[in-house]
Design a protein around this ligand. Structure first.
Ligand SMILES: Nc1ncnc2c1ncn2[C@@H]1O[C@H](COP(=O)(O)OP(=O)(O)OP(=O)(O)O)[C@@H](O)[C@H]1O
Ligand SMILES: [Mg+2]
Length: 242
């Protein structure tokens, strides 16, 4: 069953068309990858899902309900988060002067139950031991990989059903990126968290994903299982350096 369904959405910035009639869906429990060159519109698509950019046309449906629609935005971003979608934006946007713990608290801004917040934090520290060890440390003192782990943990604090990750590997060493992806796969398997991600390392992204979409100049040009896209000749030429 599709947890996220995007139908014919278009987005423009002034007279720059960033997305043209994009349709796609993400099934519950899957990891789905979006690959595409710089400027293809990947971050715009992520922003559109959580209502951060207005749609010119089309609809975003989540769990059977329209959450974004052209002309009248259905839900504000905070209500979309409350419904169970969490976005880790490109470049992470961590609060550098706050401690790890304070950042995690920010991720739970919608949660009223303080016992639940404490429990979620302990869960995160168990799953990312490095964050547990650094919980009182200012975020700016963390390495890039640790900050990315923290950004993911912060997103998980709201107990989302759908996690959106915009380039979790950006600027990180290959081994660190692999580590992050193995964590993402474990979370997906253990809690059936649905994941929709954008990643520059197309090989790793497709290997880790049930399904994938290729975005070119704001249009979906190809879609298939991760496995089939990995062996697709045009994908290999354009994105896998083959
Ligand atoms: N706030 C904005 N104002 C104007 N144009 C924008 C804005 N954000 C993005 N664009 C343009 O929209 C297009 C898509 O950008 P977007 O950031 O979605 O691409 P991307 O696929 O995420 O690229 P990258 O791989 O570099 O992150 C680009 O042409 C970009 O210049
Ligand atoms: Mg981007």
């Amino acid at each position: 069953m599709a947890l996220l369904r995007i139908e014919d959405i278009s987005v423009s910035y002034g007279n720059i068309r960033a997305l043209s009639d994009v349709s796609m869906s993400v099934d519950e429990g899957d990891i789905v990858a979006l690959i595409g060159a710089n400027g293809a519109g990947k971050s715009t698509l992520m922003s559109a899902i959580v209502g951060l950019v207005p749609l010119q046309s089309g609809t975003v449906e989540y769990d059977g309900q329209a959450i974004c629609q052209s002309k009248h935005q259905k839900l504000t971003t905070d209500l979309i988060v409350k419904k169970g979608i969490a976005l880790v934006p490109e470049g992470r946007h961590v609060f550098a002067d706050m401690t790890v713990e304070e950042n995690l608290d920010m991720g739970a801004f919608m949660v009223r139950d303080s016992a639940l917040i404490a429990r979620k934090k302990e869960e995160m520290y168990d799953f990312f031991p490095i964050l547990g060890a650094r919980r009182k440390q200012k975020t700016r003192s963390l390495s890039g990989g640790e900050q990315q782990m923290m950004a993911i943990a912060r997103a998980l604090m709201s107990s989302p059903r759908l996690l959106l990750l915009d380039e979790p590997g950006l600027g990180l060493a290959p081994l660190v990126v692999q580590d992050i992806f193995s964590k993402i796969r474990i979370i997906n398997e253990e809690s059936r968290l649905t994941v929709f991600l954008v990643e520059q390392n197309a090989r790793l992204a497709l290997k880790s994903s049930d399904y994938g979409y290729v975005l070119e100049n704001g249009r979906i040009v190809l879609q298939d299982t991760g496995e089939n896209l990995l062996s697709n000749e045009s994908v290999q030429k354009a994105y896998l350096g083959a």
